[in-house]
Design a protein around this ligand. Sequence first.
Ligand code: PA5
Length: 462
Amino acid sequence: MLKLDYRNVKSAIIGKENGLELEQEFENYKTKISHIISDLNKRKDKPGQWLQWMNLGYNEETVWLVKEYASLVKNRFENVLILGIGGSALGGIAVTEALLSPYWNLLSDEKRNNYPRIFFLDNIDPDQITGLLDLLDLKKTLVNVITKSGSTAETMSQYMIVKDIMAKELGDDYRKNIVATTDKKMGILRQLADQEGYKTFVVPDDVGGRFSIFSSVGLLPLALVGIDIDEIISGIKDMDLALKNTDIFENIAAQNALIHYLMDTQKNKKLSVMMPYSSRLRYVSDWYVQLWAESLGKEVNNNGEKINCGPTPLRALGVTDQHSQIQLYNEGPNDKIINFIRVDEFENTVEIPKIFEYTGIGYLGGKTINNLLNAEADATKVALVDFERPNVTITLPKINGYYVAQLLYMLEIQTAIAGELYDINTFNQPGVEQAKNYTYALMGRAGYEDSAEALKEKLAVV
Ligand code: PA5
């Protein structure tokens, strides 16, 4: 299983001013945490609670449907193109980057075991879109358009552009090159998909975008490029079982949620840095940033009182950011908690040759890059402790579907528990919706005329 090392948040290690009396705090919060965990597990099956993501590891039907479709289209396409944004894209990006061979899209067909290349279009930069569409042969591309609401302007405009080109290039056959992942009944994409006859997958009810990686939103792209989704499912199930434990002394998601909550509310650590020491895990930070920010950044608590809460998540990459951000983390404001992610065993070991022995770099010869990476991670951790900066380390035994799924699921549960500690609605995003609605108004969507008028006045002054 994954391990969480929280020694470096204790006052005994980083001093009273910045550290926590952690064992005491675990005792203080034991009952509250136990209630939170039991309550989440009780509420998860109730409609409207937005907790259905806790059941995704047990959805055998989706796994079966995804695997069946992936095997049906295997060898038919050179490329998979994912159209989606936010929660509809970030999980897929994080997990494909972690589990596919590095530089996947540049590998030969043979090295990819004849699975397709995969591209995520999660922005609406005109230059990026043009560049990608120039590169891809859409006749040989399977497009998976993913949107829960079925109306997000960014995703739908990408879809319209791609569909138009495909229809011109492929005639009626273009329909076989599009698969839609959306709500089972609601939304414009659902209507269009039914009308046009696309293959569709369902974003389940009560699963928000940022918690949707283990639904068909994430599983389909993973299966299309040959990732073993059974391994992923078994990782979630085992982690889910472990995190049903209501004892804070045994539950790593509860421990890290409480640590972050106390660091924010008692020690003024308003920033949460996610820093994996693995390039393959770099986009887990992007996924975490959305999960933490959209879930915990809220104006009001559950009683409607204005609290404007939410620690700000930041991404960093070990060792790269040691030469960029660590100066700030060590000597700048002591306002952060750092989450290191370490990997015990990398797939590869790279030796540094014993050359230049009589020069200043001779000491590196005969060691491995793996030794160097671990030494640098240890050195950074100790330096942070010297500067009294709180940090925790999550360790994965290795990078595979089982452990990556555990990591993401653990962070989801951690977020849900943190939301309960802040006493907020973890699963809504009124701040995102507001900007989405303004965009609809500015782009002339029917029904948004009044907002458009009000907006024009505001835009004249801001
Ligand atoms: O987490 C969320 O709810 C959001 O980030 C959404 O995923 C994002 O706004 C995209 O929405 P949709 O899937 O409806 O296109």
